[in-house]
Structure formats: C-alpha cells, structure tokens
Design a protein around this ligand. Structure first.
Ligand SMILES: Cc1cc2nc3c(=O)[nH]c(=O)nc-3n(C[C@H](O)[C@H](O)[C@H](O)COP(=O)(O)OP(=O)(O)OC[C@H]3O[C@@H](n4cnc5c(N)ncnc54)[C@H](O)[C@@H]3O)c2cc1C
Length: 389
C-alpha cells in the first residue's frame, strides 16, 4: 500500500470550515503541552464543583471538537454530513461512575433505545457499551478474580448477565452490530468470558457481538490463541475490536499498589509489535471472524490495508471495519472512506458535565503521546495553507 493515502488533507477536512480548523489548532496547541492540560483539568473540575458557569465555554470549544451534542437529535447534522462522505457513526452515550441497580437498568434501557433509533439508519451500523455502565465495577472485579460470591452477589451478577443478553439479543434482532468496550485489567476477565458467551448466542449466522482486545497487554496473543484452540466447535463466529488500550498509567499504578506484575507491555515498541501480531492473527483466522481496527496509528491502518490486498479481500468487505474517535485522525477516517473501506467515527454525546471525564481523557491522551497530536496540528496547518487561509 502506498504510504500516502492519509496525506490528503482536502478530503480529510472537507466538512470543517476555516473557523473549525482554527478552533482545532487552538485546542491542539494547548493539548500538546502537558502542563496546560494539567491546569485545564484541575481548573475545569474545580469550576464545575463550585458550579461556576463554564459549561458554555466547554461546549463551544473542546466539547464541540470531540462530541456530537447533548442528545441524539443534536448529533443528526454531523451524522448526515459524515455519511454523505461515506463515514459511518457510532453513537456513544457516555456516563461514568454509576453505582446502583436503578442506574444500571436505566443505562441498559438507554442502550436499547439507541439501538431502536439507529436500526433503520444505514449511517449507524454499530452500537457500543461499556460493561461497567450496566453492572458494578467491584462485582466485575470479584468475578474476574474468581472470588466466591454471596447469595446476594450471585443474584446481582445474574442481573448483569441478563442485561448483557438483553442488549446483545436486541442488537441481533434489530441487525445492529454491538461493540463491547474493554476496561481495566482487574475487571476484564469477567467481561471477556461474558462476551464470548454472547458470541456463542448471537454470532451464529452473522457477527453481531465484538469484544475488545487491548494489545498493550502482553498476554493477549496467548489469550486469543487459547480461545481459538478451545472453541473448536465453531457453531458461531468471533468478533473483535482491536485497540492498544486506554488505561496504561492507571494499570501500572494498580499493579504497583497491589504488588502484581504489570499487565502492560514494557514499551510502546512492544505494544506496537503485539498489535501487529494481533492483526496477523486476525488474518490467519479470517474465515471464522470479523474485526474492527480501532486505532489512530497510521502504520497499523496501512498494515491492515496491505493484508486485505494480499488476502484478496474487497475494500468494503463487511469482515473488516476501521474506526477512529470523532475529532481525531480525520485524515485516516475520511481517506479510508473515500477509498471504499468501511469506516466509522465513535461519536460521544450527552450532557456536557457527563462528558468531562471523557474530554479529560482525550486531552491527557493527546498530551502523553506527542507524536499523535503534533501530527494532528501539522495536518490542520497544512490544510489552512492549502486553502490559502
Ligand atoms: C474507535 C476506538 C475505540 C476504542 N475503544 C477502546 C476500548 O474499548 N478500551 C480501551 O482501553 N481503549 C479504547 N480505545 C482507545 C485506545 O485503546 C487507545 O488508547 C488510543 O486509540 C490510542 O492508541 P492508537 O493505537 O490510536 O495510537 P498510538 O499513538 O500508536 O498508541 C498509543 C497507545 O500505545 C500504548 N502505549 C503508549 N506508550 C506506551 C508505553 N510506554 N508502553 C506500552 N504501551 C504504550 C497505549 O495503549 C497508548 O494508548 C479506543 C480507540 C478508538 C479509536
């Protein structure tokens, strides 16, 4: 694959007016500086705590860049405009830190409502959910560690399993694919096991359920190889979303505090190699699975494109999807779409205050991995020069 597919900034930023690009340049200039991100984070949290009126400022700057809107109808224009350029959307209603049964039920029903509303919209082929939005984090942790549950906890866990079934079964009925997010190492085993259970139930004819594999974990290739060898009775197909992983610093701290070996690769290079090997593994089992490459890394995307070509797969095969977050790597997303590949943007939506943790993660992520945000900046500037602005 010619390594210049993602250099076309005209296609990448077709939907952005000059003032959107200036806003993005302003944001990424702040985000690339770690100390400014730290000031922004602390100041935002403090102002929200003191109930100072900063929602308007957030909404018109960082929120506007990374999020779709307060509700689904506010996202419609973005969804429509992106789909005109063959880019799909995945609506992500994000609420974090839920702790009680009524909020888990509410969150589960919200996912069902989203599936209902997107089911007739070709622009939105996937739905997504975070497992700890429908069950207690500590319970996922106990199940992952194999701790014996009390009668009440067993009942509670059966309600979590029920919610998983409810969402996945409904997705299958409405012909919407469902991405299950990956979370922290200490809760992930329970999520993995439940996700495979969902695949066995709902991936019989088509791949509906995709579990997420975090390749910053050094044990994931062994996990996948074991899964492929155990599940020899293939009455179902696998679905995976491939990511590097979002909780690296937290994982390293948790491992230190609790005195176990860090589950994270020791360097970025090792994570990259692991991700590459994961992609190879997907292609060697391609008959029995579908996958969703969720990355802003150009090399990883090019690798998949090369392998698709070598395996004689059509650009638009439903077996392979690409995805980036809204507000990031438009050069990858829009150029993939222009060349006929299946690609989607994750479009978070919801009240500004609910999305503050998500926005802080985006800011921190972009300040930690300097290469990525300076690439965003240079592409935005290149486009301004091309436009003569
Ligand atoms: C569509 C989509 C869905 C996502 N869903 C999830 C999800 O469900 N769960 C989840 O955890 N994340 C998820 N992510 C986030 C993802 O895991 C990454 O944090 C993010 O995409 C950055 O990785 P990259 O491959 O895009 O880019 P790159 O810039 O190439 O990689 C950055 C990543 O490399 C790893 N890394 C960086 N430095 C080191 C180091 N010193 N040692 C070891 N590893 C290192 C980290 O994982 C870091 O995030 C998602 C991302 C996208 C685009």
């Amino acid at each position: 694959m010619k390594n210049n597919l993602f250099n076309d900034t005209e296609s990448a930023f077709k939907l952005k007016k000059n003032f959107h690009i200036y806003n993005a340049v302003f944001l990424f200039n702040i985000i690339t500086r770690k100390f400014l991100v730290s000031i922004f984070t602390n100041l935002t949290l403090l102002m929200l705590k003191l109930r100072l009126p900063i929602k308007w400022v957030l909404k018109n700057t960082i929120y506007k860049h990374f999020c779709g809107g307060i509700n689904m109808s506010e996202c419609n224009k973005i969804i429509y405009n992106m789909y005109e350029l063959k880019v799909h959307s995945i609506l992500d209603y994000s609420v974090e830190g839920l702790i009680n049964e009524s909020s888990f039920n509410k969150s589960c029903n919200k996912k069902i409502n989203i599936i209902n509303s997107v089911s007739k919209n070709n622009a939105i082929p996937f739905a997504v959910f975070k497992p700890t939005s429908i069950g207690r984090y500590e319970l996922f942790k106990s199940v992952s560690l194999g701790i014996k549950l009390s009668k009440d906890q067993l009942d509670e866990w059966s309600r979590v399993v029920e919610r998983f079934h409810k969402i996945c079964e409904h997705a299958m009925k409405m012909k919407i694919k469902i991405l299950i997010d990956a979370e922290e190492f200490e809760v992930q085993k329970a999520i993995d096991d439940l996700s495979v259970e969902m695949m066995k139930n709902y991936n019989k004819e088509k791949v509906i359920v995709y579990n997420t594999i975090q390749f910053y974990r050094w044990d994931r290739l062994a996990y996948l190889n074991k899964l492929f060898s155990i599940e020899i009775d293939r009455s179902f197909k696998f679905g995976f979303k491939l990511v590097r992983g979002a909780y690296m610093e937290k994982e390293r701290d948790l491992a230190k505090i609790n005195d176990y070996k860090s589950p994270i690769c020791s360097s970025k290079n090792e994570t990259d190699k692991n991700f590459d090997n994961g992609i190879d593994l997907m292609f060697s089992n391609i008959k029995n699975l579908s996958f969703f490459v969720a990355t802003h890394n150009e090399k990883s995307n090019y690798k998949v494109l090369d392998l698709m070509k070598n395996n004689n797969l059509n650009n638009n095969t439903d077996k392979i999807w690409f995805g980036q977050l809204y507000g990031m790597s438009d050069n990858i997303t829009f150029n993939l779409a222009k060349n006929g590949y299946n690609v989607a943007k994750i479009l978070p939506f919801g009240p500004v205050e609910n999305l503050v943790p998500y926005l802080i993660r985006r800011a921190k992520e972009n300040s930690s991995f300097e290469g990525q945000s300076s690439r965003e900046l240079s592409l935005l500037k290149k486009e301004l020069i091309r436009r003569g602005s």
